[in-house]
Design a protein. Structure first.
Length: 361
């Protein structure tokens, strides 16, 4: 899936090879975001573009896809508001060898994993400093633009301020606040919202995904997350919910064993696991308040509702706070098994303390 000569490996959303996406052909390959697309098409058709666009929003919602289609549109020889798909420029883009298109992303693995190397930024800026070879401009897409260190970001800033020739930077980030303020102030921000459940469900159904509605509800507005869930299956989610349901009856030894298991998981799995628990707690709060809000675990309403007699509203808020803290500790990667054990013991206590006496405290 390499695109253009200078392309580095692009990690898929959530880092799963199974959900690697194809390079999109045109605007119809993007889900949702209709008003953003309308705006970008108008800018492209009018040739009215700043030196840098900053596409921001949560992970897995189509920011990079949108940036790529914009790049195709702007490099197409027809100079319209969409790539024609037939001209030389469109064909070389499709083959991944357009001489005026450059793309970089954080390293997928190794010493500088999750970082954009300073050398990668330097190389791309050198490559982009000449005049366009085939088109009217050069286009540089930097995915995960927040992952540049300060040296790299400052180099980039200098080029944005004093571009040599026609060059457009497409900066993509799911961590807008982590972008240097000096870069933010020189780029035009395009802020992406999340996708609706219906949009995600439709995309999953088109791929023939089983449990499309369940997965769409768990995806939290992110198509990338939905595809990852579809590829990985719901086992981790089912485990997390089963543990929550059984928790009041578990012995300390069982809790040790569960915590141990969580400790052996990968960081991504642990993060997903606590995320599923957090969604369950949010669902419980919705059920508690008889709210009309949709549940995340739509398919598990009964099971969750059965837990309600054991949890007051205050209990739920306590548990949500504890889960939030556990999630932060996972991020800091400090002895996850021990942290999980402490969380589960406290959660069990929380779930049993409002009960008369049937369960061990
Ligand atoms: Zn074309």
């Amino acid at each position: 899936m390499a695109q253009a000569k200078k392309t580095l490996p692009v990690p898929a959303p959530l880092g799963d090879d199974a959900v690697r996406e194809e390079f999109p052909r045109d605007w119809t390959d993007i889900r949702g975001h209709t008003s953003i697309i309308r705006r970008l098409r108008a800018l492209a058709a009018a040739e009215h573009l700043p030196h840098a666009l900053l596409l921001s929003g949560m992970e897995g919602i189509g920011k990079r896809r949108t940036a790529r289609v914009l790049a195709r549109t702007l490099l197409c020889e027809r100079a319209g508001d969409a790539p024609c798909g037939h001209c030389d420029a469109c064909r070389t883009m499709a083959a991944g060898v357009h001489p005026d298109y450059f793309e970089t992303a954080p390293e997928a693995r190794g010493k500088s994993a999750a970082m954009i190397r300073t050398e990668a930024v330097r190389d791309i800026l050198i490559a982009a400093s000449g005049a366009p070879v085939a088109g009217r401009r050069r286009i540089i897409l930097i995915d995960g633009a927040d992952a540049m260190n300060e040296t790299a970001a400052n180099r980039l800033l200098k080029t944005i301020e004093e571009p040599m020739g026609e060059v457009l930077f497409l900066l993509v980030t799911s961590a807008y606040d982590a972008i240097l303020p000096t870069i933010r102030s020189r780029a035009v921000r395009i802020a992406f919202g999340t996708l609706t459940r219906a949009e995600i469900e439709a995309a999953l159904r088109e791929r023939g995904t089983e449990n499309a509605a369940t997965i769409a509800a768990l995806a939290d507005g992110s198509l990338g997350r939905a595809y990852a869930l579809a590829a990985e299956g719901l086992q981790l989610r089912d485990e997390a919910l089963a543990l929550l349901v059984q928790l009041p009856k578990l012995r300390v030894e069982d809790i040790w064993a569960h915590a141990e298991t969580i400790g052996t998981r990968t960081h991504a799995e642990r993060t997903a696991w606590i995320g599923f628990l957090q969604m369950a707690l949010r669902d419980l709060l919705v059920l508690h308040e008889n709210g009309a809000a949709e549940l995340c675990h739509t398919d598990r309403r009964e099971e969750l509702a059965a837990l309600l007699p054991q949890l007051t509203r205050a209990d739920l808020f306590t548990l949500m706070e504890e889960a939030r803290q556990l999630s932060q500790r996972f991020a800091a990667n400090v002895n996850p098994a021990l942290q999980t054990e402490a969380f589960l013991l406290r959660a069990r206590h929380n779930m049993t303390s409002s009960l008369p006496s049937a369960f061990p405290a």
